[in-house]
Design a protein around this ligand. Structure first.
Ligand code: ADP
Ligand code: MG
Length: 327
């Protein structure tokens, strides 16, 4: 099968954007997209490299899901409505089992989030997937890292922070679980993250700042603190965790929750007065997404960790993932 047959069979044939929104999709030199009047466009790319971002053991369908999910997570963090994406794919060979599974996972998630594939690039080479997503927000309403204010509450979404890292450590032989069912549960967290798109939308006008957790909670919250020129204190024991993670020893629970990475939950800050807390609770309920208050923004720069009893813990012990940092 040639390059153009491949594009047609696995990608173009499954992409049917509305002619109003996307008058020209896959097939020309560029896609042509109509912006919604009054909206700003948000653009973000994420690349997945075999051996670095995913293991060769992942099912193609889950890989297709995850490649788009991590990108949708960036749109969610900014409160953007998904509109369109491109897919740049480097493949070692034309493997039809791989391609059909990959496309199935990709388009299932694309449909669920009403986002259209509008173009891309396909080449031979090491397995590498780069997706660029585009979304919209009403002018001036994007949630940014730079908006945190002293006195804000700090929240994190979901109930499985650290599970993806636990799965990775099980694959690496560094952690063990009680049952195959537990393994499947954490493996799903690693391979099938659910982007918090509805929560991100519901937090527009509610949260002061937001980011998605890809490299670990502390590191990603650190980006908010730096961009906003503030600090924070966190209650380490308030971090949500699954029953599976809660079965590991406490030091591992804390490490994976604080610095595990690959979580794709949202960390955000919002006013701590009664109206602010009610608005966050309403956003969580409207989006069907649990959120947990885990700390507060303070004027003093840096992060201060404490446990449920108020005892200080060192933040330096928990480092986030960095591709270019040598241990
Ligand atoms: P060009 O050579 O002009 O860059 P290509 O021949 O690479 O265009 O691609 C032909 C068309 O197919 C373009 O519209 C491009 O956006 C689209 N395309 C290529 N690869 C993919 C892909 N993996 N997914 C979706 N669309 C793709
Ligand atoms: Mg061209």
């Amino acid at each position: 099968m040639g390059e153009f047959d491949l594009i047609q069979r696995y990608f173009k044939s499954q992409s049917h954007p509305s002619a109003d929104a996307v008058p020209v999709g896959i097939g020309d030199d560029c896609a042509v997209i109509n912006p919604t009047p009054g909206m700003q466009w948000l653009v973000s790319s994420d690349m997945l490299v075999e051996g670095r971002h995913f293991l060769s053991t992942v099912a193609p369908e889950r890989l297709g899901h995850k490649a788009l999910a991590v990108n949708l997570s960036d749109l969610a963090a900014c409160g953007a409505t998904p509109r369109a994406f491109t897919l740049a794919l480097s493949l070692p060979r034309v493997d039809e089992t791989f391609l059909s599974g990959f496309a199935r996972g990709l388009f299932a998630l694309a449909q669920a989030h009403d986002i259209a594939l509008v173009g891309g690039d396909t080449t031979a080479g090491p397995l590498n997937i780069c997706i660029t997503v585009m979304g919209e927000v009403p002018r001036g309403q994007a949630l940014l890292r730079s908006g945190a204010r002293v006195g804000d509450d700090v929240y994190v979404s979901g109930q499985t922070l650290g599970d993806a890292r636990l799965a990775l450590e099980v694959f690496r032989g560094q952690a063990s679980l009680a049952s195959a069912a537990e393994f499947e549960q954490v493996r799903r967290a690693m391979e099938c993250p659910q982007p918090r798109a509805q929560l991100g939308l519901a937090l527009r006008g509610v949260a002061h700042s937001a980011i998605d957790v890809s490299d670990g909670l502390l590191g990603d919250l650190g980006h908010i603190l730096k961009a906003s020129g503030v600090g924070a204190r966190l209650d380490v024991d308030a971090l949500p965790r699954s029953a599976v993670l809660a079965g590991q020893d406490l030091a591992l629970q804390r490490e994976y929750g604080l610095a595990g990475g690959d979580d794709y939950e949202l960390v955000f800050t919002a006013p701590s007065d009664a109206a602010g807390r009610a608005a966050v609770a309403a956003a969580a309920a409207a989006s069907g997404t649990p959120v947990q208050r885990i700390g507060a923004i303070e004027a003093e720069p840096g992060l201060r960790l404490h446990d449920a009893a108020g005892l200080a813990l060192s933040a330096a012990a928990f480092s986030s993932f960095d591709h270019f940092k040598t241990p």
